[in-house]
Design a protein around this ligand. Structure first.
Ligand code: ADP
Ligand code: MG
Length: 307
């Protein structure tokens, strides 16, 4: 099931929390909304899931519109809201039965569905416990089970791993990856490694707008406009710095704090400096101990785009 988002906007008073965003998600894609707190991720998800109506714009799931067929849309979507609100007094099985009824799962199929969800989300050992007796990781699994109880084609997961310990995070990531093989998934996170680990495609959102869209690989490449080299030269530092800067292709030379003879050299746009640096060292009779390219980290891309 594909999702088309068209000029979606949400205003809170004067503030545009989501500002005229448009994009398309293909069937079976696992897409991550990445952005700092307050970027508009949850607001976007609430509109897609029909929990909040947009100020303008539309979302279409195949031929269904959130404006015209919200009830139909809700049936196609499983939603794990931020902070995963659960009825904490209920035992897991009862809660899932309740969720299944609300979602209109056929009566005769409810017990089978509950059993399947308990199996899939690894809840078997805890299934008779009340939700408030569970660890945060298990509550999150209950949240996922609840989201999937009606076997929706689309899953929308708002910060699914927030508050979990590292082991739980790995477990939930595995589960999301498994789900992603069959369903269209959108998840949000303010943590880059999170979306990188689980998503095929990343949308970076900042102040209500989409500022980047692509795989982690393409985002990294896009931002790699200028060559960055890590260079170690055995000679007098001040002179090395001056001579490197004098090369036609070099834009900046930064000495690494507290280290003798190690520099970060940034080339001018579209220029390369390796050969010139090598030739310089030969002509000056300096020892070139190391010269390696520095790959842009996705962290840097994220920071650049959202600062
Ligand atoms: P994110 O999920 O990316 O952290 P949100 O979508 O929750 O961001 O919020 C986007 C912006 O909208 C924030 O500035 C937030 O304070 C504001 N906001 C969110 N919900 C409301 C609301 N119900 N009323 C007023 N402002 C809101
Ligand atoms: Mg949020």
């Amino acid at each position: 099931m594909s999702i088309v988002i068209e000029n979606l906007t949400k205003k809170y008073g004067e503030q545009k929390a989501v500002n005229n965003i448009s994009f398309e998600i293909k069937t079976g894609e696992v897409v991550g909304f990445l952005g700092p707190n307050g970027a508009g991720k949850s607001t976007t998800m609430k509109m897609i899931t029909c929990y909040m109506s947009p100020s303008s714009g539309d979302v279409r799931l195949d031929n269904l519109s959130i404006l015209d067929q919200p009830e139909e849309v809700k049936k196609k979507i499983g939603y794990l809201p931020e902070n995963n609100p659960l009825y904490t007094d209920m035992p897991i099985v009862e809660y899932l039965r309740f969720a299944a009824e609300i979602q209109g799962v056929e009566k005769s199929k409810i017990s089978t569905r509950i059993a399947e969800m308990i199996e899939m989300c690894g809840l078997d050992l805890e299934k008779h416990k009340k939700i408030n007796e569970l660890s945060k990781g298990y509550r999150q699994r209950v949240g996922l089970a609840q989201a999937m109880i009606h076997d929706p084609e689309v899953l929308i997961l708002d910060e699914p791993t927030t508050g979990l310990d590292p082991n739980q995070i790995i477990e939930i990531r595995k589960l999301i990856k498994k789900l992603g093989k069959e369903k269209t998934v959108i998840l949000s996170s303010h943590i880059l490694s999170e979306v990188e680990a689980t998503c095929d495609r990343i949308l970076i959102i900042n102040r209500g707008r989409i500022v980047a869209d692509g795989s982690s690989e393409t985002l990294r490449k896009q931002s790699q406009g200028q060559e960055l080299l890590h260079v170690s030269i055995e000679a007098e530092d001040e002179e090395v710095k001056k001579e490197l800067l004098a090369l036609a292709s070099v834009e900046t030379v930064t000495a690494i704090d507290g280290k003798v003879g190690i520099f970060t050299v940034q080339s001018k746009p579209e220029k390369e400096s390796r050969k010139a640096i090598f030739d310089l060292c030969v002509s000056k009779k300096w020892y070139l101990l190391e010269m390696t390219g520095i790959e842009t980290q996705l962290e840097d891309v994220f920071r650049d785009l959202t600062n």
